[in-house]
Design a protein around this ligand. Structure first.
Ligand code: DI6
Ligand code: FE
Length: 408
């Protein structure tokens, strides 16, 4: 249930003259002459002006522009050191992502760059990426660890993620991704890495209040479903929700494992089958599609969107912003890629970066739709229809971003 509807007080604003899309219903048809009545950080009313509560409020004219919930990027690795431009060239020369990872590149090369940085340096390097996403109307962002791969370095990444939420008007939720790859000092010794780093690191991160969910990379070049089950058992003990990078490069059974733990989401999903989609529907696990990674590593096997639709699986879309497989720092372009490459509809892309993205983070009571009692996180666009947000390539129509009732 959303938070109790606050009674209007002095800090009441009437944001009026909007083509309002609340995302509270499946339709993205705007409400003409829509209004949002806010009290402090909360929404009191969102809908047709004719149905708004009477009263005299501070009046803000939105000029007949399209208004939607603030965007939510529900899968990012924006905290990291260095870049992987050289690997980009290697892939252009014909090397595959897996070849590069097996040759000691990939995630572990970002680990060296990340371990070398302090928390403040990690924050400084992530801020330009965060500001770019906020500049496109993002109000909530998920940020993972996973490039430290030692207890202290993983904690530093999560400390940096939390600090980003202090530095900008944005909601940050974190995911512990110690099970992202096995670092060089544990090469070939996954069991020891899990026992000596991943599991104690998770407990330490939780003890410091740094973790909102637990994630992993279930793949041949990373961790097996059995290894991920060890991590998820500790998440269960700590009463933390889970999510999983699954079926990205092959079909290993990660999605099925994630659904057995009631995962908030399973992410990537290029290689899921119909039974995986059914299991996700039964578990209420959101499918997070990451077209930036599919595009950047020139994957050819597309996620089975028809199976997800057939079983009624909620679909979200995110940037997966990371230095290796998805150096994508535009959620609007991510929406366009999801439509153009994966065949999602405009409505699915809009829901996928608002309502279902909130669901993938366990935040639907707080944000993701414009409804009474929720956080007043919304975006005003120089546009008149939702389709305009997805169809352009490399154009940002944002007019204003409102976070917790305040224009940013
Ligand atoms: N899958 C991905 O695409 C990223 N992590 C993961 O589990 C890759 C991250 C990287 O290459 O740095
Ligand atoms: Fe990822």
């Amino acid at each position: 249930m959303p938070a109790a509807i606050p009674t209007p007080d002095a800090d009441v604003k009437l944001w009026r003259n909007a083509r309002l899309v609340t995302m509270a219903s499946p339709s993205v048809e705007p409400i003409d002459n829509g209004v949002i009545l806010t009290s402090g950080e909360r929404i009191v009313f969102a809908g047709a002006a004719s149905e708004a509560p009477d009263g005299t409020y501070e009046d803000i004219d939105l000029g007949g522009r399209l208004v939607t919930p603030a965007l939510i990027d529900c899968h990012t690795h924006i905290v990291h050191g260095g870049n992987r431009a050289r690997e980009f060239e290697m892939r252009l020369e014909g090397a595959s992502y897996v070849d590069i990872a097996k040759a000691g590149g990939g995630i572990v090369s970002t680990v060296r760059a990340t371990r070398a940085l302090s928390v403040e340096e990690l924050v400084e390097q992530a801020l330009p990426r965060l500001d770019t996403l906020l500049g496109e109307g993002v109000g909530t962002i998920e940020i993972k660890s996973g490039y430290g791969l030692s207890i202290e370095a993983e904690l530093n990444m999560l400390r940096a993620a939390r600090e980003l939420g202090n530095r900008r008007a944005v909601r940050v939720v974190t995911s512990y991704l110690g099970a992202h790859a096995t670092p060089e000092e544990y090469k070939g010794r996954n069991a020891a890495y899990l026992d000596e780093v991943v599991l104690p690191g998770l407990r330490a991160a939780q003890a410091e209040g740094l973790v909102d969910a637990v994630d992993g990379f279930c793949e041949g070049i990373a961790f097996s479903p059995e290894e991920m089950a060890q991590v998820f058992d500790v998440a269960l003990e700590l009463e933390l929700p889970v999510k999983l990078h699954a079926e990205q490069l092959s079909h290993l059974g990660g999605t099925r494992l994630a659904t057995r733990y009631g995962a908030l989401s399973a992410d990537h999903l290029e290689y899921i089958d119909d039974a995986d989609a059914e299991a996700m529907a039964n578990a209420g696990t959101v499918a997070v599609l990451l077209p930036g990674a599919f595009y950047a590593i020139r994957e050819t096997h597309k996620p089975d969107v028809a199976a997800l639709r057939r079983h009624g699986v909620e679909i979200a879309v995110a940037t997966d912003c990371n230095p290796g497989t998805s150096p994508l720092t535009s959620l609007l372009l991510g929406m366009n890629m999801a439509a153009t490459l994966f065949g999602l509809t405009v409505t699915e892309c809009m829901a996928g970066t608002t309502r279902t993205a909130a669901q993938a983070l366990g935040l639907l009571d707080e944000t993701g739709t414009l409804e009474a009692g929720k956080s007043a996180d919304f975006t005003v666009w120089n546009a008149t229809s939702v389709a305009e947000l997805t169809y352009r390539i490399g154009f940002n129509p944002l007019h204003r971003r409102i976070f917790k009732g305040k224009a940013t």
